[in-house]
Ligand binder design. Structure first.
Ligand SMILES: C[S@@+](CC[C@H](N)C(=O)[O-])C[C@H]1O[C@@H](n2cnc3c(N)ncnc32)[C@H](O)[C@@H]1O
Length: 280
């Protein structure tokens, strides 16, 4: 069966809009997605494709109002299908220490952390600046024997890396069913036995304690849920967040400091930020 590749440009690009769009397209039968810096590519078998159904998706209810959607599409013939995935998903090497690859990539450099991710769920493959910044922040952290939370886990790449770096236990939480299922697969494939995955949101955190909280989501959700993340941290616990632009760092910092955290440092890539705070 041939597939249709639907390109959805979101201008200006907004991560929250992309996630909702992916979820709406999933309802229409799209079964795989690739998230790019400014667009989402979605794939559906030709028999299920209906551009009018796509155009009928309304995102008017979202708080983010100033964005435009533009759709283009093309047929991908079936014999090219594996090649499409393979060309869409190149291995990623971060800080010469972490390789993130699909199982069909066999000729990758030998590094301390080799992580295999099912490429059908693209966010959390290391290609996006925010994932890469979070990976770098984990590499700089003392994870040995720590209790770690990966909030908004996507593929659970960050949770798997934390586990490989010696975390005592890791909880990974995502609000969306697809990342939840994808995480279960990835955790099994990477033999990250001390990672547990949960479907839900910050309401699951009541009464929990973690030495390190990782949250790569988006500005609004971080601002909304940060108090719950901070409530999980003991003294000297760390909160590392990404998913927002440099111009939003001041709002994130204000909320963190108002709730008792101390700013430690931040890094920037393509105007995306990852910031680290500690509870002193
Ligand atoms: C930007 S992706 C990050 C994925 C991965 N942690 C990484 O660093 O690449 C954000 C993830 O957060 C999830 N998410 C969105 N809102 C959430 C919420 N309120 N609570 C938990 N997860 C949420 C999305 O479904 C998505 O998988």
């Amino acid at each position: 069966m041939d597939y249709i590749e639907l390109k959805c440009e979101i201008t200006p690009y907004n991560e929250a809009v992309a996630q909702i769009l992916i979820s709406e397209l999933g309802e229409l039968g799209y079964d795989s997605f690739t998230e790019n810096e400014d667009s989402v590519d979605a794939y559906i078998t030709e028999d299920l494709f209906d551009i009018d159904m796509v155009k009928a998706i309304s995102l008017d209810y979202l708080p983010e109002s100033n964005f435009k959607l533009n759709y283009t599409y093309k047929t991908v013939v079936s014999q090219d299908w594996n090649a499409v995935w393979e060309s869409n998903f190149q291995p990623v090497i971060i800080s010469d220490q972490v390789v993130i690859r699909a199982s069909f990539h066999t000729d990758t450099p030998k590094v301390p952390y080799d992580i295999v991710i099912d490429p059908k769920m693209s966010f959390g493959t290391g290609h996006h600046s925010t994932t890469s910044l979070m990976v770098q922040s984990i590499l700089e952290s003392d994870i040995e024997n720590k209790r770690v939370l990966d909030m908004g886990c996507g593929t659970s790449l960050l949770a798997i890396l934390a586990s490989k770096r010696g975390a005592k236990m890791v909880d990974a939480i995502d609000i969306d069913e697809w990342p939840y299922k994808n995480s279960l697969e990835n955790i099994k494939n990477n033999k990250a036995e001390n990672v547990s995955v949960f479907l839900g949101d910050a309401s699951l955190l009541e009464g929990k304690e973690y030495d390190i909280v990782l949250a790569n989501i988006n500005r609004n959700i971080l601002l909304n849920d940060m108090k719950s993340y901070i409530a999980c941290l003991p003294k000297n616990g760390s909160l590392i967040m990404s998913g927002f632009y440099t111009e939003d760092l001041k709002y994130i910092q204000e909320e963190a400091e108002n709730n008792g955290l101390t700013y430690i440092n931040h890094k920037v890539d393509n105007n995306w930020v990852a910031v680290r705070f500690e509870k002193k």
